[in-house]
Design a protein around this ligand. Structure first.
Ligand code: F6R
Length: 613
């Protein structure tokens, strides 16, 4: 979703902005633009629909010398993707350029007021409305731009990060945030602004995460933060704990396959320092420090979106089985608009890779106001959801650049498993023997994931065979039902093939009508308590000439004979199977996408970090 970069300092701004925009491409966008105050003190805006590379090409030969500038990748909300709707926008006075990430909900009312005053608009965006509103306040009050920004933002309803470039103050950037992310990198006599740390990493490891309702006044050698009441606030400097290699492809064709292959390491990293299988110990500071609240929880509500929601569904099986606490799993976008019965005694697990998903963020803010205790399971350190949560556990999967979530999902499952085991021990709902056995099995999961990846070529061959199918059905039972959903979601996202995930037992209640000799049906049919039931469902599909592909436990030759194609995964404890069964699902979607020559890292219409509702 929209990406923001800005620079002020002694370097040439344009190359910094361009590289930054390329680093943010993974977030998903449809147009790109930059604005500079050039060495002749002119405010210049260049923007167009399409890729950053197309913008770059269109600027070949144009003099772009400047030491201050802002850049933007837009993911359309108000108005179609087009040159005129692309950011930066320029105010009617021609004095201010602005980029914006988020949505201004009361823009229509403000626009009408400005229209009444004679303002005319050149785009369909809410951004241009906010920009002219700010410019109008400055004109009316003869005040500095930062003051006009503060006054305007007090009236604004919605989410935003804005960065403004002002021809009257060519040595200052003004930025502000509410609900959308903004990071400021601190260099020597220079500052870098971005939606996340990736564009900043190669210049500085010292960053400030701007908080909601803060306005930043940024010069080359000075950073001032104020609240909307004009009080100064001390910037809190954080050290970035990642390196450049983590955000580059490192020899792989795509980020998605790099991230799939990183999973033995990311799951291991996630367990490191938390699981000591030898001693039979799990330490999660979020649990240790809140033992009473968590053991006394009357209910756990897992709130998330998309793939993170699927991790939550697996979590429901784990927590109910091990901790005997009732669990509900909610789509954040539904939960936040209901009037949910939630309050003291409820623990919310907020699961999010980016930590910026607007629906999840607002849902937990609401639950927090009602007295619920918020436990964040988040990948991006310092992100909004991490900061709103009372406590939590980072998933430590490292930056996930591929738009489709892979390694973040297995890291979420790992954290949720640790959470359930630790809590079960504290509540006394698990025997010491079972606890030790699960700890041991969890500690070898990274090796077992590596074994599956060693067999990736077999999945690639299956992908070649089925890549032209028009639809797919994915079926599973128990804790493999969420994996069926995840398999279907991955395929949809990456290959644009229509795919549905269902509990295998539900098949007879409708989806079986879809089955014919052209329909591949992917079963998760590992050896577990419901294996026989799943095999019966497989027979039913076969009887209707459906094309059965299955993920099976190694050595299950009997079930293998029933399938047109199968992928074997190592045996593990039934409760941990999803950590393995999802790997072939990810590979299948990836290889089908590649076979269809699609942009697997940046599928159409998708955004990595969904910062609007
Ligand atoms: C799918 C995918 C999305 C995200 C969803 C939530 O591959 O990546 O479905 O899982 O947008 O995002 P986070 O986890 O950042 O809250």
């Amino acid at each position: 979703m929209c990406g923001i970069v800005a620079y002020i300092g002694p370097r040439q701004a344009y190359p910094v902005l361009l590289k930054g925009l390329k680093r943010l491409e993974y977030r998903g966008y449809d147009s790109a633009g930059i604005a500079l105050i050039n060495d002749d003190n002119q405010l210049k805006v260049y923007k167009r629909k399409g890729k950053v590379a197309e913008l770059e090409e269109s600027l070949t030969g144009i003099p772009l010398a400047a030491n201050i500038g802002i850049g933007h990748t837009r993911w359309a909300t108000h108005g179609e993707p087009s040159d005129r709707n692309a950011h930066p926008h320029i105010s009617q006075s021609g004095k201010i350029a602005m980029i914006h990430n988020g949505i201004i909900e009361n823009y229509a009312q403000i626009k009408q007021e400005l229209l009444n005053k004679g303002y005319r608009f050149h785009s369909d965006t809410d951004t241009e409305v906010l920009l002219n509103f700010i410019d109008d306040i400055r004109e009316q009050n003869h005040c500095p731009l930062e003051e006009a920004v503060r006054i305007a933002l007090k009236r604004v309803v919605g989410a935003y990060v804005i960065v403004l470039l002002d021809i009257e103050n060519p040595d200052t950037l003004i930025a502000a945030r509410k609900g959308s992310p903004l990071v400021i990198g601190i260099g020597k006599g220079e500052h870098f602004l971005a939606s996340d740390a990736s564009p900043i990493l190669e210049y500085s490891k010292e960053v400030v995460y701007v908080n909601d309702y803060q306005v930043a006044i940024i010069k080359s050698d000075e950073l001032i933060l104020k609240n909307l009441g004009n009080e100064r606030q001390t910037p809190f400097i954080t050290k970035l704990d990642m390196d450049l290699a983590a955000i580059e492809k490192g020899g792989y064709d795509h980020f998605m396959i790099k991230e799939i292959f990183e999973q033995p390491t990311t799951v291991f990293d996630c367990l490191r320092g938390r699981l000591d299988a030898g001693l039979g110990l799990i330490t999660l500071s979020g649990i240790e420090q809140n033992l009473e609240t968590l053991t006394q929880a009357r209910r756990i509500i897992i709130v998330a979106c998309g793939t993170s929601w699927h991790a939550g569904l697996v979590g429901e099986y784990l927590i109910e089985e091990l901790c005997r606490i009732p669990v509900e799993v909610e789509y954040a976008s539904e939960f936040r608009y209901r009037n949910p019965v939630v309050g003291e005694g409820d623990v919310i697990l907020a699961v999010s890779q980016s930590g910026e998903t607007a629906d999840t963020l607002v849902a937990i803010e609401k639950a927090k106001e009602n007295g619920a205790f918020i436990y964040g399971i988040v990948n991006v350190v310092g992100s909004s959801i991490a900061r709103v949560s009372h406590t939590g556990t980072y998933t430590h999967a490292g930056p996930e650049i591929g738009v489709a979530s892979t390694k973040a999902f297995t890291a979420q499952l790992t954290v949720i498993t640790l959470f359930a085991l630790r809590l079960a021990l504290a509540k006394g709902t698990i025997s010491r023997e079972r606890f030790l056995s699960l700890c041991n099995e969890l500690s070898v999961i990274p090796d077992k994931i590596a074994q599956i990846l060693d067999n990736a070529a077999a999945v690639e061959a299956i992908a070649q065979r089925y890549k032209d199918a028009r639809d797919f059905l994915y079926l599973g039972r128990g804790n493999n039902f969420p994996i069926a959903l995840e398999g279907a979601l991955k395929l949809k996202e990456i290959s644009y093939i229509h795919a549905e995930g269902y509990p295998a037992g539900e098949m007879k209640h409708g989806p079986i009508a879809l089955v014919d000799d052209a329909l591949p049906v992917v079963f998760v049919a590992t050896k577990d308590a419901v294996h026989e039931k799943v095999v019966s469902n497989m027979q039913e599909i076969k009887a209707r000439r459906g094309r059965v592909i299955a993920i099976l436990t190694e050595g299950d030759d009997f079930t293998a004979q029933l399938c047109e194609a199968h992928i074997a995964i190592p045996e593990t404890d039934e409760l941990l199977t999803p950590l393995l069964s999802v790997i072939p699902m990810q590979l299948l979607a990836y290889y089908i996408g590649v076979a269809k020559d699609l942009d697997v890292d940046k599928p159409r219409n998708l955004a990595k970090s969904v910062t609007v509702e």
